[in-house]
Ligand binder design. Structure first.
Ligand code: COA
Ligand code: AMP
Length: 632
C-alpha cells in the first residue's frame, strides 16, 4: 500500500515505546517489562527493563509448543563434506538442551562467558543457543582469525569454557583449528576451565588431558537443561569487531530488545512468513551470522540454512542457485563480493537456468555498498528485487533498508534506501549541524537507538562513550560518511576512520600497522585500503626502513606479509607491501593515508597545502604505479 512505509516509520518515531511494546507481544515473556524504554541513565538506554525471558525458549521451545516441532529449523548444507543435515525444531531444541547440560556440567551458569571458535557446522549454532538457554554469554570468534586475535578475546572476556572443533574446511583445504586454539590459550593470561572439542572426520585434534573433552563425550554424559529466565537487559552475547587499534571492541547484545527487534525484521524488512526457508550466506563469526543465520530466522519460525561452502569452487558458480533450489529458499542475504565472485566465473549467469528458483523472491546484500554493476547483474539474471541494506556489528540489524514486508520502495542505485523504523539517521558537519540534502557529512543516528542495537561495549563503558557518543552529543556516530538526497534516500560513501572492508569483512588498517611496526627493520609504516574488483578493497602496506638496513626489500615484504597472517589471520588478506624512503605527511605529522588511497585508486584528489615533503608523495605515486595501481 502506497504510503504504508511512511506511516509505519512515523509511528515508530512518534511513539517508540508503543511501537516496540506491540512488537514484543509476539514473544513469550516470563515477566512483562516495567518500562519499555528506560532512559534514566541516558545516554545509556535500556529496553524492556524489568522484563524476564529466555531467547532460546523463544527461538526453539516456543515453536515446538506451538506445533512447529516437525518443521525444519536448521539445514546444514555442506558441499565441502558432501552432506546435508536437517534439524527439526524439536531435534534442535533437544540437541541444544543437551549441550546446555554439558556446559552446566562444566560449571557454566548465568552471566559466565563461553568462547565459540568454530567453522560452519551446526554445532556452532547449537553452542550459541545452549549458552542463551542457560543465560551464559557467548562470544563467537571467526575462524579466519589467528591465534593472537583469539588470545586477545580470551583475555578480554575471560571465558569459563571454550567450544571449538578439530578443523574447518575452506574450499578443498582442511584447516586445523585446535593448534590455533592451543596456541591462543598459551598466549593468553586467562585460562579457561575446560574446552569442548568437536572432532570432525577430516582431522583428529590432540586433546589436553584434564582440560579438553570431546563434544560427543560431553553430551553423552549430560542431561537436558531447561531454559533459565534472564533479565531482558542481561547480555546474550559479546561480538568483537575491529576498532581503530589492535584492541577489538566487544559489542554487547542484550536478550529482550534483541529478540523483539530481530523477530520484527523478518516479516517487515525481509518479507518472509514463518515456515519459509531463509538463507544468510555469511559466517556465524560475523554479526550477519549471529542475527540472520541463528537468531532472527529461528525466533520467527523460519527454516535457516547454514552453508559450509563458498559461492564459487564448491563445486562451481552454480552453488548458490543449487542451495536456493534444493531448500526452496524464499529470501537470501549475502555480501556483494560473493556475487562478484560468481559473476567472474559465470559472467552470463548460465548456471542459473540449471535450477528451479521459483520460490526465490528477494536477494538482500550488505556488508559493503552494492556497486551498480553487481546490482544490475543480479537483477537481470535473477529477475527478483535486489535490496542493498546498510548495517553494522554495533546495530545488529539494518540502519537503512527497503522494507519490502511493509512496502517496497523504488530502488535507487548506490543507496540502501531509507532509514528503517526506529532509526533516525541524520547527516552532520564537523560543528554538529545538520547539512542540507545532497551534502556529504557524518552519518549519525539520533539517540536512543532502537531495541536490538548495542547498549555498551564489554568492560569498556568509557570507550563506548568516547568512540560513539562524544563527538556528536545526542547522536550515535556510525563512522560512515555519506548523504541523504531530497527524497530521503541515504547514500553511504566511506568510513571516517581507518576501517577497510575486504570481501565484506571489516578490518582495521591501524591494527595491521601495529603488526608491521614490530618488524625490526621497519622505522615507519602505513596501511591503506585500495580498490579491488573482487573483494571491494584490499590492504596495501608502505614501509620506511631503518637507516642502514641492507636486507633485500623483497624479503622484508615477505616477512611482514607472514607477520600479518600470523598475528591477525588469513582473513586480513594482506599480501602486498612496498618499501619507500618516506611517507607523505602534513606539517603537523599526519600521514596522508586518504590522499595515498585516492592516488592508488586513480581518484580525483587535492594535495593538502601544508604538506611536509612533496617529494614523498611523488615517490608514493611512482611505487604505486610500479605495483599496478595509480594508473591515472
Ligand atoms: N576459517 C579459516 N580460514 C578462513 C575462514 C575460516 N572460517 N574464512 C576465510 N578464511 C581464509 C581463506 O581461506 C583465505 O585464506 P587464503 O589467504 O589462504 O586463501 C582468507 O581467509 C581470505 O578469505 P576470504 O576473504 O573469504 O577470501 P576467499 O578468496 O577465500 O573468498 C569470497 C572470497 C568473495 C568468495 C568470500 O569472501 C565470500 O564468499 N564472501 C562473501 C560472504 C561473506 O562472508 N560475507 C561476510 C559478511 S555478510
Ligand atoms: P560490520 O560491522 O562488519 O557489519 O561492518 C559495518 C560497515 O560495513 C559499515 O560501517 C559500512 O562501512 C559497511 N557497510 C555495511 N553494509 C553496507 C552497505 N549496504 N552499504 C555501504 N556500506 C556498508
Amino acid at each position: 500500500m502506497s504510503g504504508e512505509f511512511e506511516r509505519v516509520y512515523g509511528r515508530a518515531r512518534s511513539d517508540p515505546e508503543g511501537f516496540w511494546a506491540e512488537a514484543a507481544e509476539a514473544l513469550d515473556w516470563d515477566r512483562k517489562w516495567d518500562k519499555v524504554l528506560d532512559d534514566s541513565k541516558a545516554p545509556f538506554y535500556r529496553w524492556f527493563t524489568g522484563g524476564m525471558l529466555n531467547t532460546c525458549h523463544n527461538a526453539l521451545d516456543r515453536h515446538v509448543n506451538q506445533g512447529r516441532g516437525d518443521q525444519a529449523a536448521l539445514i546444514h548444507d555442506s558441499p565441502v563434506t558432501d552432506s546435508v543435515t536437517t534439524f527439526t525444531y524439536r531435534e534442535l531444541r533437544d540437541a541444544v538442551a543437551l549441550f546446555a547440560g554439558a556446559l552446566a556440567d562444566r560449571g557454566v551458569g548465568k552471566g559466565d562467558r563461553v568462547i565459540i571458535y568454530m567453522p560452519m557446522v551446526p554445532e556452532a549454532a547449537i553452542a550459541m543457543l545452549a549458552c542463551a538457554r542457560i543465560g551464559a554469554v557467548h562470544s563467537v570468534v571467526f575462524g579466519g582469525f589467528a591465534a593472537n586475535e583469539l588470545a586477545v578475546r580470551i583475555d578480554d572476556c575471560a571465558p569459563r569454557v571454550i567450544v571449538s572443533a578439530s578443523c574447518g574446511i575452506e574450499g578443498q583445504r582442511v584447516i586445523a583449528y585446535k593448534p590455533l586454539l592451543d596456541e591462543a590459550i598459551e598466549l593468553a593470561a586467562h585460562r579457561p576451565a575446560s574446552c569442548i572439542i568437536l572432532q570432525r572426520p577430516q582431522e583428529t585434534a590432540n586433546m589436553t588431558e584434564g582440560r579438553d573433552v570431546e563434544w560427543r563425550a560431553a553430551t553423552a554424559a549430560a542431561t537436558a537443561h531447561d531454559c533459565v529466565s534472564v533479565a531482558a537487559t542481561d547480555p546474550l552475547y559479546i561480538l568483537y569487531t575491529s576498532g581503530t587499534t589492535g584492541q577489538p571492541k566487544g559489542v554487547v547484545r542484550d536478550n529482550g530488545g534483541h529478540a523483539v527487534a530481530l523477530n520484527w525484521t523478518m516479516k517487515n524488512i525481509y518479507g518472509v512468513e514463518p515456515g519459509e526457508a531463509y538463507w544468510a550466506a555469511s559466517d556465524v563469526g560475523w554479526v550477519v551470522g549471529h542475527s540472520y543465520i541463528v537468531y532472527a530466522p529461528l525466533l520467527h519460525g523460519n527454516t535457516s540454512i547454514l552453508y559450509e561452502g563458498k559461492p564459487v569452487g564448491t563445486p562451481d558458480a552454480g552453488a548458490f542457485w543449487r542451495v536456493i533450489s534444493d531448500h526452496k529458499v524464499a529470501a537470501m542475504f549475502t555480501a556483494p563480493t560473493a556475487f562478484r565472485a560468481i559473476k567472474r566465473d559465470d559472467p552470463e549467469g548460465k548456471r542459473i537456468a540449471d535450477y528451479d528458483l521459483s520460490n526465490f523472491r528477494t536477494l538482500f546484500l550488505a556488508g559493503e555498498r552494492t556497486d551498480p554493476d553487481t546490482l544490475h547483474w543480479a537483477e537481470d539474471k535473477l529477475g527478483v528485487p535486489v535490496i542493498d541494506h546498510w548495517w553494522q556489528t554495533e546495530t545488529g540489524w539494518s540502519i537503512c533498508a527497503n522494507c519490502i514486508g511493509i512496502e517496497q520502495l523504488p530502488v535507487k542505485e548506490g543507496s540502501p534506501t531509507k532509514p528503517v523504523p526506529g532509526m533516525d539517521v541524520r547527516v552532520l558537519d564537523d560543528a554538529c549541524n545538520e547539512v542540507k540534502a545532497g551534502d556529504i557529512g557524518a552519518l549519525v543516528i539520533k539517540l536512543p537507538l532502537p531495541p536490538g542495537t548495542f547498549p555498551t561495549l564489554w568492560n569498556a563503558e568509557a570507550r563506548f562513550l568516547e568512540t560513539y557518543l562524544e563527538e556528536f552529543p545526542g547522536y550515535y556516530k556510525t563512522a560512515d560518511a555519506g548523504f541523504i538526497d531530497a527524497d530521503g534516500y541515504v547514500y553511504v560513501m566511506s568510513r571516517t576512520d581507518d576501517i577497510i572492508n575486504v570481501a565484506g569483512h571489516r578490518l582495521s588498517t591501524g591494527a595491521m600497522e601495529e603488526v608491521l611496526a614490530e618488524h625490526p627493520d621497519v622505522a615507519e609504516c602505513a596501511v591503506i585500503g585500495v580498490a579491488d574488483a573482487l573483494k571491494g578493497q584490499l590492504p596495501l602496506g608502505f614501509l620506511v626502513l631503518n637507516s642502514g638496513v641492507s636486507r633485500d626489500h623483497g624479503e622484508i615484504v615477505k616477512d611482514v606479509v607472514a607477520m600479518v597472517r600470523e598475528r591477525i589471520g588469513p582473513v586480513a588478506a594482506f599480501k602486498t607491501a612496498t618499501v619507500v624512503n618516506a611517507l607523505p605527511k602534513t606539517r603537523s605529522g599526519k600521514i596522508l593515508r586518504g590522499t595515498m588511497q585516492k592516488i592508488a585508486d586513480s581518484e580525483d584528489h587535492e594535495v593538502p597545502a601544508a604538506i611536509d615533503d612533496p617529494a614523498a608523495l611523488d615517490e608514493i605515486t611512482r611505487s604505486l604505479t610500479a605495483i599496478g595501481y595509480a594508473k591515472g
